[in-house]
Design a binder for this molecule. Structure first.
Ligand code: URA
Ligand code: SF4
Length: 219
């Protein structure tokens, strides 16, 4: 690691007393690492500021970079389907990413190919995610895939070994890592993909926990 890399961080852009909306505004101007240079715009988290569940992905993809919103492309559609199946109300979920700018390598067809962010970039961007968690204070944080898990739980965390297991953390009552929906989209075998989807839904359902019984009206 060079000295220059070690300094990369979003921290100077984050005012400690900023509201969630002010953070979103400020993130639009972040130059905390080099990823802003090749991306269209910052893609900040979205959802209610009192959401009980927060989902954390890796970074915006091609579609998200254009739209300026997280999880609106193919992975987002699969995520929506999984949330519906798990009985989790999408409108009560705050959705964000470990890294707020789209990192890509080459253009193939009319799409730019996603590139996994480096740990230095994940670390640089982590103050935004921490600030979002501190403002929203979700009861449950669900980490989708290795990048989100490493951002929140440290570079040594292995989703393959600990998926679905609640992890002790000061960030929320329950922090759980599972696979990323994009990993399902990449599975060529339809049966394997269907099984993996069911396991993903199961992880989401367990992580979000039992919802309280619906309130009864007056008898
Ligand atoms: N993949 C992610 O991790 N996040 C998005 O917002 C879209 C795809
Ligand atoms: Fe800032 Fe994160 Fe974008 Fe890097 S990826 S410029 S740290 S918002």
């Amino acid at each position: 690691m060079t000295g220059k890399d070690a300094e990369k961080t979003a921290a100077p852009f984050i005012r400690p007393d900023a509201s969630l909306d002010e953070l979103r505004e400020a993130a639009g101007h972040c130059t905390g690492c080099d990823l802003y240079k090749n991306a269209t715009q910052t893609v900040f988290g979205e959802g209610p500021d009192d959401a009980p569940v927060m989902l954390v992905g890796e970074q915006p993809g091609d579609a998200e970079d254009r739209a300026g919103q997280p999880f609106v492309g193919p992975a987002g559609r699969l995520l929506d389907k999984a949330l519906a199946e798990a009985g989790i109300d999408r409108s009560r979920v705050y959705v964000t990413n470990a890294v707020k700018h789209f990192k890509w390598s080459v253009v193939r067809g009319h799409k730019r190919l996603h590139q996994t962010p480096k740990i230095i970039e994940v670390r640089a961007c982590a103050p935004w995610l921490r600030a979002e968690i501190e403002r929203v204070r979700p009861r449950v944080v669900i980490l989708l895939g290795a990048t989100a898990a490493k951002s929140v739980l440290g570079p040594g965390f292995r989703v393959t070994l600990h998926r679905g297991e609640p992890v002790r953390s000061d960030l929320a009552e329950r922090v759980v890592a599972t696979v990323h929906p994009s990993s399902l989209l990449r599975m060529p075998d339809p049966d394997a993909r269907a099984r993996a989807f069911d396991e993903f839904v199961d992880d989401l359902r367990k992580a979000a926990g039992e919802s309280p019984p619906p309130a009864r009206g007056p008898a």
